[in-house]
Design a protein around this ligand. Structure first.
Ligand SMILES: Cc1cc2nc3c(=O)[nH]c(=O)nc-3n(C[C@H](O)[C@H](O)[C@H](O)COP(=O)(O)OP(=O)(O)OC[C@H]3O[C@@H](n4cnc5c(N)ncnc54)[C@H](O)[C@@H]3O)c2cc1C
Length: 381
């Protein structure tokens, strides 16, 4: 069965990464989301039509009900074919599973088919200027007015908000509530007068994330996922999906980067430097360890602190890969020709963000210290 799955996928990718899509090989991903965006969207639609997206979703919701093992195979073959980074991952991997777990049948019928068909793209509206690591400090509010929620506040670092049709927003719906109480998880249309998206220019020169201002933005009353006031629980479930099988796809991307770097080191002679040779080897071992850890963790129903261990390990590993890439390239890595960054410079600069997003290193270590090692809790206001 798995052999068939692998063969079918391999054949499909070989047949379809052709013609107009051939140019998409190796394109896109963190720090490179601007590359061929529209064509990659078409590619995602093509994958979806052929049944190669939303693999882990249950069949009754339009997915394939694929096992973890099959999803691993998918990521392996996808990377081996050098297929492009997906544009639909926030809908497919974060919101879709959340709606399947917590959404009403109406919400599932309304949104899941559009995610499947890559007709509506999503962004994640959690972080605010005063609520990043301390997400429970969310201050964006939503109040009921007639048949609508009216949303006011500011989100920040909202990845791909400039492309998104909808945003899942964590907002305070109970006036005067504090911390995790009184929050709700709202689905808000992005294309309306009350929503302003301002791109943030990153170190890489490109803009993948944004500030998002909600100024009396509206969404209808039935656009709450889970119970009103129970948004924290739903928001945490989304984060668990973010740190689940989706991370395998990311690791496969890492392998592709490492393979390309080894190839570059062979071509430009950097491999003759014993220090570089050793660092490349260590990097390869690190990737094997991450893979083993991910597979072990994913086979558990409820990965807990392991997700923090994974986050710490992969973020540091990837940041070091960016630094190693600069070393392999040598002095050339210091020069941006005509102000344009090449893929290695982009990797180096963007990977600085790895130890911040999805929960910073410090926060992951606090989780491990307090919940696993039983060390004294840090003081809280
Ligand atoms: C590339 C990228 C994409 C992102 N995409 C999204 C997105 O799509 N949607 C979204 O909602 N958010 C997104 N984020 C935001 C991300 O979740 C936050 O940046 C992250 O949670 C950290 O919050 P902060 O930036 O406010 O930093 P802060 O929380 O202000 O932290 C600043 C520094 O202080 C440290 N620190 C904070 N609190 C503690 C503590 N208690 N103990 C020890 N150290 C502490 C942190 O580790 C960090 O080093 C993205 C961020 C990046 C970099």
């Amino acid at each position: 069965m798995n052999g068939d799955f692998r063969q079918q996928l391999r054949a499909w990718l070989a047949d379809n990464l052709h013609g107009e899509f051939a140019k998409l090989r190796g394109v896109g991903g963190p720090g490179r989301e601007h590359e061929q965006y529209e064509s990659r969207r078409e590619w995602d639609r093509k994958l979806a039509k052929a049944g190669w997206s939303c693999l882990g979703w249950p069949v009754e919701h339009g997915g394939r009900g694929a096992s973890t093992q099959e999803q691993v195979i998918f990521y392996e073959e996808y990377a081996a074919a050098n297929a492009p980074a997906r544009v639909n991952h926030i809908g497919e991997e974060l919101l879709g599973p959340t709606l399947i777990a917590f959404g009403t049948p109406e919400q599932q019928r309304r949104f899941l088919p559009k995610i499947l068909a890559v007709e509506e793209l999503w962004c994640q509206g959690y972080s605010e200027p005063g609520a990043g690591s301390d997400l429970a400090s969310v201050s964006t509010t939503a109040t009921v007015d007639g048949d609508d929620w009216v949303i006011t506040g500011q989100k920040v670092w909202t990845s791909l908000a400039h492309e998104a049709d909808w945003c899942f927003v964590l907002a305070r719906t109970q006036p005067g509530s504090r911390r995790r109480e009184g929050l709700s998880y709202l689905l808000v249309p992005m294309r309306q007068p009350g929503v302003e998206v301002r791109p943030i220019r990153q170190l890489t020169g490109t803009s993948e994330f944004n500030e998002v201002f909600f100024d009396n933005a509206r969404t209808s009353k039935d656009m709450v996922v889970g119970e009103v006031g129970d948004g924290w629980r739903v928001a945490m479930a989304t984060l668990a999906f973010e740190r689940g099988v989706a991370t395998l796809g990311q690791q496969v991307g890492f392998r592709r980067e490492l393979d390309a770097l080894i190839d570059l080191a062979k071509r430009n002679g950097a491999i003759d430097d014993p220090v570089i040779k050793e660092r490349l080897t260590r990097s390869w071992i690190g990737l094997e360890v991450m893979r083993a850890h991910a597979l072990r963790t994913l086979s558990r129903k409820d990965p807990g602190y392991e997700a923090s261990v994974s986050k710490l390990v992969w973020a540091r590993w990837h940041r070091e890969l960016g630094e190693l890439a600069m070393q392999v390239r040598g002095p050339e890595s210091m020069v941006a020709v005509d102000g344009d960054l090449d893929e290695w410079q982009r990797l180096f600069l963007f990977s600085r963000a790895d130890t911040i997003y999805g929960g910073s290193d410090e926060i992951q270590r606090t989780i491990i210290a307090e919940r696993v090692l039983g060390l004294p809790k840090e003081p809280r206001a």
